[in-house]
Design a protein around this ligand. Structure first.
Ligand code: ZN
Length: 538
């Protein structure tokens, strides 16, 4: 590919790709950047649209490309940039292992690059401010020309919103967002929907039909090859390599969708293997670069509205869930659904609510006021259970009820239930979407209740080893009725449990548990210690 350079324009000043290639730029490991397998990144490098959204898969060299694009914007565009990542830890790791190394490895950049702190880099006379969105310190208050939001879907959306005002004095007012998608209607998918939705079109060598690759249309899973959706002829890695971006919509934002199907060095076999090893959610988000719809989380408002009923739901037995904080939020319902929600502050108030409804089972969260919850549990032993969320194991029982094994060792855990956090929330959300939880709430309560659920997002989190998992998170921390509902649901599940009950001994020092194997004694104080082995802390 030969680019002609008109005498009055220096292409190096206007085309990022030209600047990268002409200066023999390298990645953070020092390898020359060769875009011959990644032609799809060239247009992205050169795109100067102020609003860009990229929903992408993992591991196609996109982050190096975006950082070079950022450095070019500083030097040539003379932009100040605010670059956000989900957390300060992400920033620290990313800057040390990627950005610093990339900028220092390239003489063309390192000559005017200086790095005083992890979060602040100078390129020529301009700055890049790196900052986590979930941070203990205040958001960056400086103005900027360009906001660059990396890993948007794992970021705190409230913080992202506060940054929007930072570009108000800039002529360019740029916002570039890129992320692995998570769920439909969340994060990068929101911007994508408003964009021109560029897809990588490849031409079938046989019938000449131009198409972009869709897993369901273009993969012959048996013969492990890409095929034309029209004539079923094979689409070779060469024709995929030489694709072209084409708009599929009229949106004003410049949008790109990058999938691993576009990577000529990966075969359908590699992708199928990843699907098998990592599961469907991971496959859609990180391999296909598509949001995943495990239910219809984005539409909980409608689901709750549709499940509203005027029929009386207060039919015994009743169940109750309580979320403990400074304010205690409770949800009361029957087997069919929820008819009462409310809040109270003191322990006495809460006890009077419990006594008023006399639920068969009450589930309370174990923290943060542990002692307080323990006292209620011990007062209503056999009725009140403390719930501890634990990290999902994704196999085995969703819930572990302490004491159910009936062994002496196990008895001291009676009254505690451990729940796999993501799985139990998934389960309740699914029940809500299917209309299996009815709501007999007053209009004003219903609105408050919906607000809490609307703040819930299912996002991807990676641990230090890079393992990805889904977790539910509230965008604003106001999710108390959600957890109270989860506890109400757990209380309902208790109904089918093995028959057993507990009763205090005469001196109130021990409790007696009656199980199929007979009577067991357990000292009360043993119930109050911490049991981290079972908690498998989040
Ligand atoms: Zn064809």
């Amino acid at each position: 590919m030969e680019i002609k350079e008109p005498s009055d324009i220096n292409l190096e000043d206007i085309l990022t790709s030209y600047w990268v290639i002409k200066n023999n730029m390298v990645n953070e490991k020092g390898d020359i950047l060769d875009y011959s397998d990644r032609l799809f990144l060239i247009d992205i490098l050169n795109d100067t649209t102020p609003e860009i959204v990229i929903k992408k898969c993992a591991q196609v060299g996109a982050s190096v490309t975006f950082n070079l694009k950022c450095a070019f914007a500083c030097e040539k565009g003379r932009f100040n940039v605010i670059y956000t990542m989900p957390s300060d830890d992400d920033v620290s790791e990313f800057v040390k292992t990627k950005a610093d190394k990339l900028f220092q490895a390239n003489p063309r950049i390192s000559e005017y690059f200086s790095s005083d702190t992890v979060g602040l880099k100078q390129i020529a006379d301009r700055f890049i401010y790196y900052k986590g969105t979930k941070s203990k310190t205040a958001a960056i208050s400086t103005t900027a020309d360009l906001l660059l939001h990396d890993e948007l879907d794992r970021s705190d959306f409230r913080t992202i919103e506060t940054y929007q005002s930072r570009t108000s004095t800039s002529k360019y007012k740029g916002t570039w967002k890129f992320s692995n998608p998570s769920l439909i209607g969340v994060g990068v998918d929101v911007g994508w929907e408003k964009s021109d939705k560029k897809e990588w079109f490849v031409e079938c060598p046989k019938c000449k039909h131009s198409q972009f690759l869709v897993w369901e249309n273009n993969v012959d899973e048996i013969n492990e090859k890409y095929v034309c959706k029209k004539c079923n002829g094979e689409l070779t890695s060469d024709c995929i390599r030489n694709g072209k971006w084409k708009k599929t919509s009229d949106g004003l934002i410049s949008g790109y969708h990058i999938s691993q199907m576009m990577a000529p060095w990966l075969t359908p076999h590699d992708l199928l293997k990843s699907k098998e090893e990592n599961g469907e959610e991971y496959f859609r988000n990180f391999v296909l670069g598509e949001p995943y719809a495990s239910g219809d989380e984005a539409n909980l408002r409608r689901a709750i509205f549709d499940s509203w009923t005027s029929k009386p739901l207060e039919v015994k037995p009743l169940f109750m869930g309580i979320d403990i904080g400074r304010i205690k939020h409770f949800v009361v319902g029957s087997a069919n659904g929820v008819f009462k929600i409310g809040t109270c502050e003191s322990k006495e108030e809460l006890e009077s609510v419990i006594e008023q409804y006399d639920p068969q089972v009450v589930v309370i969260d174990a923290g943060p006021e542990t002692t307080w919850a323990e006292e209620i549990k011990n007062k209503y032993i056999g009725k009140v259970y403390l719930c501890r969320y634990r990290r999902d194991k994704n196999r085995g029982d969703l819930l572990l009820w302490g004491g159910d094994k009936g062994t002496r060792e196990d008895i001291k855990d009676y009254g505690i239930v451990w729940a796999d956090r993501t799985r139990i929330i998934d389960r309740v959300v699914n029940e809500m979407i299917r209309g299996n939880i009815l709501y007999g709430l007053r209009k004003e309560d219903l609105e408050k209740y919906i607000k809490h659920w609307e703040s819930m997002r299912k996002i991807i989190e990676r641990d230090a080893s890079g393992m990805a998992r889904y977790i539910w998170q509230s965008t604003n921390g106001v999710d108390h009725y959600c957890h109270a509902t989860i506890y109400y649901y757990i209380a309902k599940l208790r109904m089918g449990a093995p028959v057993e009950f507990m009763q205090e001994s005469a001196d109130k020092k021990e409790v007696i548990q009656v199980t199929k194997e007979g009577f067991k004694m357990a000292p009360i104080e043993n119930m109050i210690d911490q049991r981290e082995d079972k908690d498998n802390l989040l």
